[in-house]
Design a protein around this ligand. Sequence first.
Ligand SMILES: Cc1cn([C@H]2C[C@H](O)[C@@H](COP(=O)(O)OP(=O)(O)O[C@H]3O[C@@H](C)C(=O)[C@@H](O)[C@H]3O)O2)c(=O)[nH]c1=O
Length: 162
Amino acid sequence: MSERTGFAKGKIHDVTVRPLAKYLDERGWLAELFRSDETDPQTMPAMAYLSMTQPGVARGPHEHVDQTDWFCFIGPANFKVYLWDARRDSPTFGIRQTIYAGVDAPLAVIVPPGVVHAYKNIGTVDGIVFNAPNRLYAGEGKKSPVDEIRHEEVEGSPFCLD
Ligand SMILES: Cc1cn([C@H]2C[C@H](O)[C@@H](COP(=O)(O)OP(=O)(O)O[C@H]3O[C@@H](C)C(=O)[C@@H](O)[C@H]3O)O2)c(=O)[nH]c1=O
């Protein structure tokens, strides 16, 4: 156990990390991000969005009650991805995991509800992250509360980025 965070390093149960193959040719490259024939229907994306994060900047830590996030880190920057298992009923409750992903290691990282997550652009150029969550942001017609617990402003939070 780390005294600083209370979380021990390890691998979190039910977090899926998949290499994204880039098919390269004379025009550039193409990469598949998800396929319904390779996806558990429960985590099948309901929507998708892109975000850009500037060098040295982080998004999160956030947590969802019901939503699974399907992040794809493809570039042009690299990211450090931080995960903390805060699910009391998980076999890896109290474990934290870090993953490096992006232009040098294109990965999909699929994060289930209750796993607190954040990512930081550790490169020198703007970084794009694709996310295809299995729930609609703010529900049908954007009429429901957003399923998101934000930890970034919480004083004394155990979910610390370095
Ligand atoms: C996530 C999202 C945001 N928005 C809007 C709300 C706001 O005006 C703007 C920026 O949103 P946020 O501040 O929530 O963006 P951000 O802080 O990047 O939120 C994301 O962070 C990562 C770490 C996650 O875990 C994601 O699930 C999501 O919570 O975009 C949408 O319209 N649709 C969406 O699906």
